[in-house]
Design a protein around this ligand. Structure first.
Ligand code: HEC
Ligand code: HEC
Length: 282
């Protein structure tokens, strides 16, 4: 019995040592350095573009996670990590002082690399990589125009379990990073299907999958469903689903998983375009 206990204790100690080193590797993986460069040269200053930028911050979900006034908040505090969408203003605790140029913002938003050179978790930069230059410029112009809000937040952090998972590669800060050139083409609003496709293939496909057939998606609490059946819905039913989170069968969607706080802001015109695009799915 004594020998058994000794062996057992030995195994536990060995395991603890291994976990300690794996956790250390995970912690340094969080701070691995990446580089990407932005092709944006300037941002618009006219009020119509700024208003459009604010609208984009709604439909792309920025305000859902970073707060309506972009003051940031603790978004997830779970056993592996704490994910904190930063205060994007120039108030106390805000990051705007580090993001001096339009390129700094663009590299974080569309390429997924922070000003300090690391990748991110939870922040859906892979979806925003498909945002076109004109939209990105309007969005950044609006972010830079937002009034400062003092809000000092704790940092995004891996807890011990998260460090171990990151050490094994199961949590990957590099996933947000895409140094490839971004989308320069703004679809013409007269081509309704292509216009809808622009939103669908950036935002919606991030969760519902490239082919929009749903299935398990990383970091999603529930599997996003197949969007092809939407073809059988009327436009009004589709609109009610995206605005209120209630499907034609009367099901109340989980609004944390399906970001109604963002999709409710799509204009009727944008929703019509998205609906038109979904009609083309095979
Ligand atoms: C699902 C929630 C979510 C959405 C949607 C989201 N963010 Fe984030 N964002 C985060 C989190 C979490 C972080 C911190 C990630 C980290 O530090 O690893 C972050 C970080 C950032 C950073 C880097 C801040 C820093 O600390 O350097 C910028 C800039 C940013 N987001 C801008 C945006 C913009 C602009 C949008 C909309 C186009 C957006 N975010 C949408 C969650 C989100
Ligand atoms: C952050 C992930 C995420 C994004 C982004 C997202 N969805 Fe969803 N969506 C979900 C999840 C998860 C569900 C299932 C929610 C539930 O069952 O409560 C869902 C449900 C739906 C449903 C209901 C389908 C049904 O048969 O019940 C529709 C329609 C839908 N999404 C359309 C869209 C469209 C269109 C977009 C882009 C404008 C989009 N979603 C963006 C995660 C997402």
């Amino acid at each position: 019995m004594k020998t058994f206990l000794k062996i057992f204790a030995g195994v536990l100690i060995a395991l603890a040592v291994v976990l300690f080193f794996v956790a250390q590797r995970g912690q340094s993986a969080m701070f691995e350095q990446y580089t990407a460069s932005s092709t944006l040269s300037s941002v618009p200053t006219d009020s119509a573009s700024l208003a459009y930028g604010a609208h984009l911050a709604n439909i792309f979900g920025c305000r859902d996670c970073h707060g309506d006034n972009l003051a940031g908040k603790v978004f997830l505090d779970i056993p592996p990590f704490r994910a904190v969408p930063a205060n994007l203003t120039s108030g106390k605790g805000g990051v705007a002082d580090q993001y001096k140029t339009v390129q700094d913002w663009d590299v974080a938003i569309r390429h997924g690399v922070t000003k300090s050179g690391r990748g991110m978790i939870v922040m859906p930069s892979p979806a925003y990589h498909k945002m076109n230059d004109e939209d990105a410029a309007a969005l950044i112009a609006w972010i830079q125009s937002v009034p400062p809000v003092d809000n000092v937040l704790p940092p995004t952090e891996l807890k011990f379990l998260g460090k171990v998972l990151a050490g094994f590669g199961a949590i990957d800060f590099g996933k947000s990073v895409n140094p490839e050139p971004t989308n320069t083409i703004k679809p013409d609003t007269s081509d309704v299907v292509a216009y809808g496709g622009y939103f669908v293939n950036s935002v919606c496909s991030y969760c519902h999958g490239e082919d929009l057939r749903g299935g398990p998606a990383e970091g999603q609490p529930i599997d996003p469903p197949d969007l092809r059946p939407v073809k059988n819905w009327s436009f009004e039913q589709f609109k009610k689903t995206l605005r209120e989170g209630i499907t034609p069968s009367g099901k109340k969607l989980d609004t944390f998983a399906m970001p109604i706080a963002a999709t409710k802001h799509y204009t009727d015109f944008e929703l019509r375009a998205i609906y038109a695009y979904l009609q083309t799915l095979k």
